[in-house]
Design a binder for this molecule. Structure first.
Ligand SMILES: *[C@@H]1O[C@H](CO)[C@@H](O)[C@H](O)[C@H]1NC(C)=O
Ligand SMILES: *[C@@H]1O[C@H](CO)[C@@H](O)[C@H](O)[C@H]1NC(C)=O
Ligand SMILES: *[C@@H]1O[C@H](CO)[C@@H](O)[C@H](O)[C@H]1NC(C)=O
Ligand SMILES: *[C@@H]1O[C@H](CO)[C@@H](O)[C@H](O)[C@H]1NC(C)=O
Length: 918
């Protein structure tokens, strides 16, 4: 066995490391039962294969030998010992075949039950508590002590030349408590590590009204007992088979036993490693201590084992005999490395991260304004356009310029969002674009409305459903302001809130690349659209065409098919899964965060590094309406998430003032210091449809409401949230504060109105119970009483944000939908951004509102930042009055449609406007 020992140990180590690396993001947990079956089957196959290559005479060469009942001594070394074991009479094994059968059946049943509990735990990881899995070595050691060690006589020292040291060593090694001590230290250290790393939890809802709250922890504890019985059965089977001496059978069982044991150890390692590596920066000392203890524990174990072997205390070849000093040096090095990493990671700060973010935002904003209003004449605007987009401006640009300057548009040069949206369409022929527009609008099933522009007049195509008529009428009203300058064309508008077109990265990226390469030609461009464009567009027939070109995905998961398809194939969103819903995916949050706060709003919208969003937003979990395509269909939408290729246009909802900022004498908009120092939100559960599979627990609206409303009469189920509190005079440190405490020191009023919408089956009563009390809707103008207004995505963008921005209140915005104005408005300068996961929610509110009250029994008082808050609110209001007016919507739309006119023109490559041509 000497020859197989090191390959086996190396295999274990390498396998464990590989598992640790891939497990947290593995696809395997999508279908835990399938995976388990595959794993068990392949393990079995592997063991059968292995048993063919094992030497066949093992069982015979040790005929009549007996082994200790306890697997602890077996771990790492089997039946290959060359030392004859001392035959012991005091341990009895069941020896009949019947007992063996029972053992075997129990083992199989235990494995199946274990997998079932595992599946239940995986499905509701957000309810999982601290795992006590690490106590298993200790349980085994106690059992070993009870059944074996205490019966063993201590070997007498026969040699009289022993030094005192040798005596001590002999005593330590021979002590019946030796394994108990080593296993105890190992268990304690991992328990310590687990309890300290356990607490970065996600906001995924573990509803206090559901049975998962107690069932999942119960399953976790039951799982440990099952694990112990699995280990017991395996060890008994191994010994019994060896005792019976049937060669081939023995070999099979030995191998199966080994496979199970090793996979159990590997899994256990994965779990521990995963919890260890995902640790928060605080508690570093405890973590360091736990890893120190773990190393001591393992070292003690190796030492005892080696020493027992040398002094003849054990009949087994120790697995780690001959472990030389380099091994200890390696462990020590690892320990010093980890500890210094922790030590150098300082968890206290001397300034508040939000101060820095606000400072940065001001610079960012002034740079934006500087570059977008650089042109003061038409000639400069044309030159700027050519430099930015490497094209001539579209025909009719001079009319647009005149239109924009006549309305005092601040934004003249930076229309990058139009450029980004339209760029890939340069790779689609005008004819195809026209054909696709016709296909979309001719079948009402597509939920796309057609608008035709003919001879400078905009008109609605037939077949628009009555409920959405207002939207198209608003659009036509907007377009009519400038339609005299537009060429003849048809447009397809998305009637749903959800976005529609996501072309896979592998196709869209070459299209973008080829479009970027077009450039400015030397020919003088023609500043005039082609004539006879009108006939090129097929007329939408009165009766519906029934060809369907979109894929129906309503009420289904859309993340993997559509949400992430626009990301590079090697990006985490496409390559990995964030299956552990109970934990905050730190690698997903890190790129856009500064501590607990959202630092980069545009990175936050990029889902490619955020696979966890698959379970954290209604659009990805279960959208109410989702008819979408992987082909580049030209459709105009009000908002979209990252990776979609819809063309953004200013929403008619805002243009028609469907939600209006209009304070009245009964509902005034008071000055900052007269408002209620509360964060306010009212809304419906309309983000997505929860039709009975519990999807509501991941939706952003529900998560925020849950996070802000821990039922005070229940045992706490919302995870504690980070808060930045003063540690000493000039230092701040993060503390995890239970929601109950947060609710007493900070004021929020965040509730779902009326009834639970968009639900079915058990999800309706469950949500009603979780979010009770549901409140009656309030007058929209009532918002201005509150100092802080929360804004959350709905099924699409939030229609309230622009009125919020226009008010004296300070909007807090969390969302992944982006609209046409996204480049114009700067987070931390005009509004307060929040991560969609909500982890910085309370800490951000605390910065502005201040803290006053008891936190974990200690009185804390922190001044709020009213000056900064009021300044952001006022700057947002002022800026919205400059760049988000209705005129600005028209200006944006005008420019977008001029560009679209060129794109759909057969002569598009020779069209353009140049200064000399005017
Ligand atoms: C403003 O823009 C000009 C170029 O248009 C640049 O030279 C200048 O440095 C910018 N100023 C600031 C403050 O960014
Ligand atoms: C956000 O990140 C992007 C990409 O890393 C960067 O270009 C941009 O400047 C950042 N924005 C801010 C406000 O820091
Ligand atoms: C502020 O609003 C909260 C929540 O709506 C309410 O409970 C509280 O009474 C209000 N305070 C004042 C001073 O109006
Ligand atoms: C907690 O409060 C809710 C409503 O406020 C009530 O329906 C529920 O029965 C209460 N639970 C307990 C255990 O008191």
């Amino acid at each position: 066995m000497e020859s197989t020992k090191w390959p086996a140990i190396s295999g274990l180590v390498i396998g464990t490391v590989l598992l640790c690396r891939s497990a947290p993001t593995s696809f395997a947990f999508d279908k835990p039962t399938h995976t388990s079956i595959a794993v068990l089957a392949s393990s079995a196959a592997a063991t059968f294969l292995l048993s063919r290559f094992l030497p066949q005479d093992i069982a015979t060469s040790h005929q009549g030998r007996q082994y200790d009942a306890v697997p602890l001594e077996d771990v790492g070394q089997p039946h290959g010992s060359r030392e004859p074991s001392p035959v012991r009479e005091d341990v009895r094994y069941p020896s009949s075949l019947r007992k063996l059968r029972i053992l075997f059946l129990v083992l199989v049943a235990a494995i199946c039950i274990r997998l079932e509990t595992l599946r239940e735990i995986l499905e509701n990881t957000q309810c999982a508590g601290l795992s006590w899995e690490s106590l298993i070595p200790l349980i085994l050691a106690i059992w070993d002590y009870w059944t074996v060690q205490r019966h063993r006589k201590q070997a007498e020292a026969e040699d009289w030349d022993h030094s005192v040291y040798d005596d001590l060593e002999g005593n330590a090694v021979a002590s019946p408590y030796r394994f108990l001590v080593a296993a105890g230290i190992v268990s304690l250290s991992s328990l310590l590590a687990l309890s300290n790393t356990h607490s970065i939890e996600s906001t995924y809802i573990c509803a206090s009204t559901l049975h998962h709250t107690w069932l999942v922890p119960a399953f976790q504890h039951a799982g440990i007992l099952i694990d112990v019985s699995i280990l017991y059965c395996v060890s008994q089977l191994l010994h019994q088979q060896q005792g019976r001496g049937h060669r081939s059978v023995a070999l099979q069982f030995i191998s199966i036993g080994w496979a199970l044991l090793f996979s159990a150890i590997a899994l256990f390692g994965v779990l521990s490693f995963y919890y260890l590596t995902a640790g928060p920066p605080d508690k570093k000392r405890l973590l360091a201590m736990s890893s120190f203890l773990a190393i001591i524990g393992f070292a003690t174990y190796f030492y005892i084992e080696t020493a027992s072997y040398q002094t003849g205390q054990t009949h087994l070849t120790p697995a780690f005999r001959g472990v030389s000093s380099w091994f200890y040096i390696m462990l020590l090095g690892l320990f010093i490395f980890r500890t210094s990493m922790w030590a150098s990671h300082n968890s206290t700060v001397t300034y508040h991260p939000i101060d820095l973010l606000i400072y940065d935002a001001a610079r960012h904003h002034s740079a934006y304004v500087n570059q977008t209003s650089a042109s003061t004449t038409l000639n400069e605007a044309v030159a700027n356009y050519k430099e930015r987009y490497n094209r001539y401006p579209p025909p009719g640009f001079e009319h647009w310029y005149e239109y924009a300057t006549a309305r005092n548009s601040v934004v003249i040069d930076d229309f990058d969002s139009i450029h980004r949206d339209l760029l890939p369409f340069n790779a689609v022929s005008p004819e195809t674009i026209r054909e696709r527009t016709f296909k979309l609008t001719s079948n009402p099933w597509h939920d796309a409305a057609g608008v035709s522009i003919r001879n400078g007049k905009a008109d609605v195509s037939p077949n628009v459903v009555a409920t959405h008529r207002w939207m198209i009428d608003g659009l036509v009203e907007m377009i009519s302001k400038f339609s005299e300058h537009l060429p003849d064309m048809d447009l397809a508008f998305n009637l749903n809130d959800e976005c529609r077109v996501a072309v896979p990265y592998e196709q869209i990226e070459p299209m973008r690349r080829s479009s970027r390469g077009i450039g400015i030609s030397d020919d003088v461009p023609r500043n005039e659209f082609s004539t006879e464009r009108g006939e090129q567009w097929k007329t939408v027939p009165e009766e519906a065409n029934d060809e369907r070109v979109l894929k129906e995905m309503s009420w289904q998961r859309t993340f993997y098919d559509f949400g992430s398809i626009g990301c590079p194939p090697r990006s985490p969103a496409r390559k990995t899964r964030a299956w552990n819903l109970g934990r905050l995916c730190t690698s997903c949050v890190f790129p856009q965060s500064l501590g607990a706060f959202l630092g980069n709003w545009s990175t936050a919208a990029d889902i490619c590094h955020q696979p966890d969003l698959a379970n954290l937003h209604g659009i990805y979990l279960s959208p109410a309406a989702f008819k979408a395509s992987h082909e580049l269909y030209p459709i105009f939408s009000q908002s979209k998430t990252h990776g979609f290729n819809d063309i953004l246009y200013p929403s008619a909802w805002n243009y028609l003032d469907k939600a209006r900022y209009e304070p009245t004498p009964e509902h005034p908009d008071p000055a900052w210091y007269e408002t209620n120092n509360t964060l306010f939100w009212r809304g419906a559960t309309s983000e997505g449809v929860s039709q009975g599979f519990g999807q509501w627990r991941g939706m952003a609206r529900q998560r925020f409401v849950h996070m802000a409303n821990e039922p005070l009469n229940e045992s706490s189920t919302a995870p504690p949230q980070p808060l930045l509190v003063p540690k000493s005079e000039h230092r701040l440190a993060y503390a995890k504060v239970p929601t109950k405490d947060l609710m007493t020191v900070l004021s929020t009023d965040i509730h779902i109105v009326d009834t639970i919408a968009r639900c079915d089956g058990r999800d309706c009563p469950q949500q009603a119970a979780e979010f009770s009390p549901l409140v009656p809707p309030t007058d929209f103008q009532d918002h201005w009483r509150y100092r802080y207004l929360l804004d959350l995505d709905g099924a699409g963008f939030s229609g309230r944000f622009l009125p919020f921005l226009a008010s004296h209140s300070l909007p807090f915005k969390a969302g992944i939908f982006r609209e046409w104005w996204d480049d114009r408005v700067t987070p931390w300068e005009h509004f307060v951004p929040l991560d969609i996961r909500g982890q910085g929610f309370w800490a951000t509110l605390a910065y502005f509102a201040g803290i006053k009250g008891e936190i974990r029994g200690r009185f804390v008082e922190v001044e709020g930042h009213d000056v900064a808050g009021e300044r952001i609110a006022e700057r947002g209001r002022e800026w919205a009055g400059k760049v988000l007016r209705k005129e600005d919507m028209e200006i944006y739309f005008f420019r977008l449609l001029l560009e679209w006119g060129r794109l759909t023109d057969d002569a598009r490559d020779s069209l353009g406007m140049d200064v000399e041509a005017v």
